[in-house]
Design a binder for this molecule. Sequence first.
Ligand code: HSE
Length: 413
Amino acid sequence: MSNNRIGLFGFGVVGESLYRVLQQTPSLQSEIVKVAIRHPEKKRKAPTQLFTTRADELLHDESIQTIVELIDDAEAAFEIVSTALRNGKSVVSANKKMIARHLPELLRIQKESGGSLLYEAAACASIPVIRNLEEYYDNDLLQGIQGIVNGSTNYILSKVSCEQISFEEALTDAQIAGFAESDPSLDLNGTDAANKLCILLAHAYGILAAPEQLSYTGIQALHEQDAVFAREKGWAIKLVAAAKKVTDGKVAAYVLPQFVTDRHLLHTVRDEYNGVVIESGLAEQQFFYGKGAGGIATASAVLSDLSALRYDYRYAYKKLNSHERAVLSMDVFLRVYVSFDGLFQVPHELFERIEEWSSNDKRCSVVGIIHGSRLAQSDWWKQPGTSLILYPEPVVPPELLRKEPVERELVFV
Ligand code: HSE
């Protein structure tokens, strides 16, 4: 008989993988004893008596110590997780959207109930980045984090650029493989990555931000000519989530497509893999790499949380509880490439300086330096027909701007 009885919510790609993996991990002495599902008519690869459509059968069963929440609907997930915590259960969740949106309430409920909520699988799936940010990195030493945190968009970008298959075909493959969200626009428009960045910000810097407070976009507006531009320079385009200390107590955070050179650690991250580069004051760069999507990869992080609960692990939220909490600010100069359908769409007055213009019969583009607040306060750069991509090493030190601006001629090619 196992000593940890688990109630599982959801039996999709991750839920089913967890069920299988747990059966092969007897050392964990944990067993899924009930699974709550919405659609009893669906065929499942597990005994019928395991399933129920009644959430209460799990939430009010005192013999169940742990609830694992792996459903899609963020609001329903919040209800499940908060009820479970209030009922004295430990909870593991992989629901990045729910955590990003409800972290302040979840903190309060954990405090009141004394329960522990773990969610390593909610950011970068198999990579143990949350626990490392929480436990290992002292706030003062953490200069920045930059990562590929969405597997589906990385898969699409890799396939389109390395195997020359179409965007649509790559997206379909990502859906079939179980990498994409059930609404894949959340992957494509950067929302999933922004949700994950919110979680990382809480553990890295003690910043509680909602995704809409971040400047973000995805890969949906990238243009063929952007890929041509990247190829000519020997660069790759990646969707990068970043948080960077800019000045005292201020952290800039964004999710944007970025050109990366072949010397950048993120250049090596392909397909559904994720990678996180930690910039620490003393150790310089450290790199975490692993599968960022998929049933088994995500289940492995859930499994690790279940194991951590056995020795009563809980997040201490050290940076949140520190008296020197950082604040979110886009007080940063960024070098960006922006491409447009028409030359007159370029809002050049918003740039500190424009370093390059180019135009041909297919597309117009500029390279220039813009203040982050210009992005945070507007959305011209998210409009259809416009794509904005960060340059390699995009953060420009303010002292560089004090030098004479270098403005090049408009180049028609
Ligand atoms: N849709 C997500 C991704 C799943 O592609 O990264 C893992 O969070």
